[in-house]
Design a protein around this ligand. Structure first.
Ligand code: NAD
Length: 493
């Protein structure tokens, strides 16, 4: 791993791509409008990014449709698509430092997380999915003898992908890898808070041999570029990662336009449940600290509600505070720093507002609290006790390093508390009792459950939630289902 001085020196050499990538080339937005990208650690200006709107989205969708119909990618043999995507994965690996720096500078996450999680996960997702695409077979249905029933999978057409800022490269990759591997054309609208890595990635894709128009990136705001994409009559599928509120809007846009399918990976308020029969209180406390403080708490699966069995509450809380104290916010380019700034001042203000409201509603701040304005948008790791299910801080996704802690006595009570949420993304349970582990895994209303851990993941397992957390799954072979249509062909013999 490089030193702070080396990362800082390298960061000064990056030339950001900041224009829309449409049909194989960079373009200014039709309106000529831009918006600034600001480094949240220093408040330095990084780039003026093209602000796309309906006219740009129309151009991108037209290019995507043209190449889809031409078949240069959509009808290319899967083994040939695989070759291009594997080359792209190699290029991404060769530019790992550049991509790590780009997202760190653009949205503030630590360079150690970028190098340890986001970049390797993105490469793996791309490589794994590319490798899978020429190993998937169609089916023959058990019809009567006088017919042959073929069930095949076809690419859907034009995929509109809309992604958030918290894992800019990785979230884009979880959409792009399966959508492209399946033969679709894609128009990606990255978050206005972190667009730079997606633009550079599109350029690399062209270098790898992806035909012009297959991947287009239209940076811009949600209510302009995002809405235009979601309302577009020639977009077949929307693949969205972001908040539950915006997910609902997208479903409305689909209904108002062409009934395009909307795949949603949305917000969370995930419970961490620690039973007194857990094997190691200290390991559970470390896991709980990681669950809320990784990436400044700007994580969809953040373990933001902690339920600890009352019999071990005191020693557990001592251990939790000890582990949480190691997350001292600092320069995200320093490889020893575990917590960077929030993505922008608005997100820091949101976190502060939730902490203030929690206190008004009766919670106790036992660590951290409201952050004073300073250079850079740095939060404080915050532990709230005395919280109850009716409090706003327990009900709503804060998307920051704020943990609500409450106790419980019985397994039944723990499950009732854990499931008492509009969200259902993930859950983490700490117990050494095998029967209990299986029992509560079934009981929990969430798309993912970790037993004696939090956040484990690779491309082999699906990622996604239920209830207000969404309806789709990223990663694994199941992700390909979102980007392909079943076709039934009856052949009379
Ligand atoms: P957001 O919903 O504000 O924005 C997400 C994307 O939607 C952005 O690109 C934004 O520009 C766009 N958008 C906003 N309004 C729009 C509109 N009217 N029409 C079309 N597009 C619009 O979310 P965010 O703040 O970028 O990200 C944080 C959220 O993402 C959190 O809720 C987090 O839990 C969630 N998230 C979920 C997952 C998951 O896999 N389930 C992963 C990461 C983040």
């Amino acid at each position: 791993m490089r030193t702070l001085a080396e990362w800082t020196a390298l960061s000064e050499t990056i030339e950001f791509r900041s224009q829309a990538w449409i049909d194989g080339a960079f373009h200014s937005s039709v309106s000529g409008e831009t918006f600034p990208s600001i480094n949240p650690a220093t408040e330095a200006h990084l780039a003026d990014v093209s602000s796309c709107d309906t006219a740009d989205v129309d151009r991108a969708v037209a290019a995507a449709r043209r190449v889809f119909k031409a078949g240069d990618w959509s009808r290319r043999a899967p083994a040939q698509r695989k070759k291009v995507l594997l080359k792209l994965a190699d290029l991404l690996e060769q530019h790992a430092d550049e991509f790590a720096l780009t997202d760190t500078l653009d949205m503030g996450k630590t360079i150690s997380e970028m190098m340890g999680i986001d970049v390797p996960d993105s490469i793996d997702c791309l490589r794994w999915t590319a490798e899978s695409i020429d190993k998937i077979y169609g089916e023959i249905a058990p019809t009567k003898a006088s017919t042959l029933g073929l069930i095949t999978r076809e690419p859907v057409g034009v995929v509109g992908a809309i992604t958030p800022w918290n894992y800019p490269l990785m979230m884009a990759m979880w959409k792009l890898a399966p959508a492209l591997a399946a033969g679709n054309s894609v128009v990606l609208k990255p978050s206005e808070k972190a667009s730079l890595s997606a633009l550079r990635f599109a350029e690399l894709a062209a270098e790898a041999g992806l035909p012009d128009g297959v991947l287009n990136v239209v940076p811009g705001f949600g209510h302009t570029a995002g809405k235009a994409l979601a309302l577009h009559m020639d977009v077949d599928v929307l693949a969205f990662t972001g908040s539950t509120r915006v997910a609902g809007m997208l479903m409305g846009y689909a209904g108002q336009s062409n009934l395009k399918r909307v795949w949603i990976e949305a917000g969370g308020k995930s419970p961490v449940v620690v039973f007194d029969d857990c094997e190691d209180i200290d390991a559970a406390a470390l896991g709980a600290a990681q669950a809320i403080l990784t990436n400044q708490g700007e994580v969809c699966i953040a373990g933001s509600r902690l339920y600890v069995q009352n019999s071990i509450r005191e020693p557990f809380m001592e251990a939790l505070k000890r582990h949480a104290a190691k997350y001292v916010p600092g320069n995200p380019l320093d490889p020893s720093v575990k917590m960077g700034p929030m993505v922008d001042r608005a997100q820091l203000d949101t976190v502060n507002r939730y902490i203030g409201l929690a206190v008004e509603e009766g919670a106790d701040v036992v660590m951290g609290g409201i952050s004073e304005p300073a250079s850079g948008f740095y939060p404080q790791p915050t532990l709230l006790t005395g919280t109850s299910q009716s409090m706003t801080c327990v009900k709503e996704e804060i998307f920051g390093p704020v943990l609500c802690v409450a106790g419980f006595d019985t397994e039944e009570e723990a499950m009732r508390l854990a499931n008492d949420s509009i969200y259902g993304l993930a859950a983490s349970v700490w117990t050494a009792n095998l029967s209990r582990a299986h029992r509560v895994s079934r009981e929990l209303e969430s798309g993912m459950v970790w037993i004696n851990g939090w956040g484990e993941g690779d491309t082999t397992m699906p990622f996604g939630g239920v209830k207000g957390s969404g309806n789709g799954r990223d990663k694994s072979l199941h992700a390909l289902e979102k980007y392909s249509e079943l076709k039934s062909v009856w052949i009379s013999l």
